[in-house]
Design a protein around this ligand. Sequence first.
Ligand SMILES: CC(C)(COP(=O)(O)OP(=O)(O)OC[C@H]1O[C@@H](n2cnc3c(N)ncnc32)[C@H](O)[C@@H]1OP(=O)(O)O)[C@@H](O)C(=O)NCCC(=O)NCCS
Length: 160
Amino acid sequence: MAGLNPISAPAALPPSTLMAAPVAGSNTDFAASLAAARLPVADLAEPGRTFFAYQTPAGDGGIYGGYEMIEGHGLIRSILVPASLRDKGHGRAVLSALLAEVKAAGAHDVYAYSPAASAKFFIHHGFRELARYEVPPAILGARIASLTCPISTAILYRAL
Ligand SMILES: CC(C)(COP(=O)(O)OP(=O)(O)OC[C@H]1O[C@@H](n2cnc3c(N)ncnc32)[C@H](O)[C@@H]1OP(=O)(O)O)[C@@H](O)C(=O)NCCC(=O)NCCS
């Protein structure tokens, strides 16, 4: 994959071996992978979203993650690790890289929309699941909210 860059991790975490490259929201492989995992795709190509594709040193790909900036809040989304590559720390590395990205973009805190089944992944990394009334209107009104089921989707929050 051309244009790969090593991703960074906060000091408390081991350095990641994943390599990152920007991926366009209009990329069909990216959208198909997210759709197969039942993650939102309808707004991927809209402005204001930043996505990355990641590759292991062995050349395994199909690992993705991205974020939006909404009124000073970071919104992390579209993290996907293929089932065959899970439980090896790749999700943690992607999340760490995205936290660093939103911080560098000026976010003062960070939210995530996640399938309920993956909420514990975020909680494991310092996020707290919020009740809808606790969520700022800007995050509740994010486009991704209209693309996800409110019952099976968790909204998570973390300070940066
Ligand atoms: C959630 C997901 C990204 C995790 O990826 P992963 O590469 O398996 O995660 P890691 O191996 O980095 O796990 C990091 C830690 O989180 C924990 N963890 C991972 N998934 C978890 C889950 N579903 N529930 C609870 N803990 C979880 C791991 O046990 C590990 O803990 P440890 O550091 O104490 O060993 C992956 O399961 C996935 O792609 N799911 C489908 C898409 C999705 O729901 N994305 C998230 C919202 S956009």
